[in-house]
Design a protein around this ligand. Structure first.
Ligand code: GCO
Length: 261
């Protein structure tokens, strides 16, 4: 039997003493979520492919007084994940894993190359499997852990030229549910966040496309793009004791887009 959370009120969301790894956190949504977890008290391990970018971000965090470190490695390479995760776990437990890294390679499906397909599946989906596969056992052994996968409204709906990405994000939703099903009984909660349209580097071509921008603002009940900081409340909730009986859910943070026709 798992003990019910002893904390109440705002303390339920306190992450003091927890160690979190956030993949793809040198910019965009990952950076905002990393900042939010650090503000809630966690020590955050930033991850990305460029060591220079990570060091730059880590030093800004450090100057602000937050506990942060950087681990640059390619999360779509299984050997690298196994080795680097082994080293991180030798330094201490990882309580929170945010599988956030993502990327696009847009093309109509009838023109898409096998490489474009595999690249997008590897970065958005297989990376989350590898990280969960190699960090999960230590969480299960301690009977404590939180895995949060950055899904997408494209886990549910898509549009032309995003077939590989939608297939990957749909897969990530089902990986979330599969892990939740297997791990809930050992007190490891696995959930997803499904962002709608947020203005980031990844979506810059869309933000700058006047017709698309207008369409998104009309199509989204909230009438605007999301600001990456608007994911913080959800990620802190899913990383904290406040969500100890929440398993296999995808929380869509999309300004109401999926709720409306
Ligand atoms: C697009 C966008 C989306 C967003 C996001 C939505 O082409 O429509 O790039 O795929 O990136 O993932 O949640």
């Amino acid at each position: 039997m798992t003990e019910p959370a002893a904390r109440r009120g705002a303390g339920l969301f306190d992450l003091t003493g927890r160690r979190a790894l956030v993949t793809g956190s040198s910019r965009g949504l990952g950076l905002a979520m990393a900042k939010g977890l650090a503000e809630a008290g966690a020590h955050v391990i930033l991850n990305g492919r460029s060591a220079d970018d990570l060091d730059a971000v880590a030093s800004v965090f450090g100057d602000d007084g937050f506990g942060v470190s950087a681990a640059s490695f390619d999360v779509s390479d299984e050997d690298e994940v196994r080795n680097r995760v082994g080293a991180l776990l030798a330094d201490g437990p990882i309580d929170i894993l945010v599988n956030n890294v993502g990327g696009h390679a847009r093309a109509p499906l009838e023109e898409m190359s096998g490489e474009q397909w595999r690249e997008v599946l590897d970065i958005n989906l297989t990376s989350a499997f590898y990280l969960s596969r190699y960090i999960g056992p230590s969480m299960l052994e301690r009977r404590r852990g939180k895995v949060i996968n950055t899904c997408s409204l494209m886990s549910e709906a898509c549009r032309p030229t995003t077939g590989n990405y939608a297939a990957a994000k749909g897969g990530l939703k089902m990986l979330t549910r599969s892990l939740a099903t297997e791990w809930a009984g050992r007190n490891v909660q696995v959930n997803g966040i499904g962002p709608g349209y947020f203005a980031t580097e990844l979506t810059r071509p869309l933000v700058e496309d006047a017709a698309f921008n207008e369409w998104i603002c009309k199509r989204t009940p909230a009438g605007r793009w999301g600001d990456p900081d608007e994911l913080i409340g959800t990620v802190v909730f899913l990383a904290s004791d406040a969500s100890n009986y929440v398993n296999g859910q995808i929380v869509y943070v999309d300004g109401g887009l999926l709720a409306a026709i």
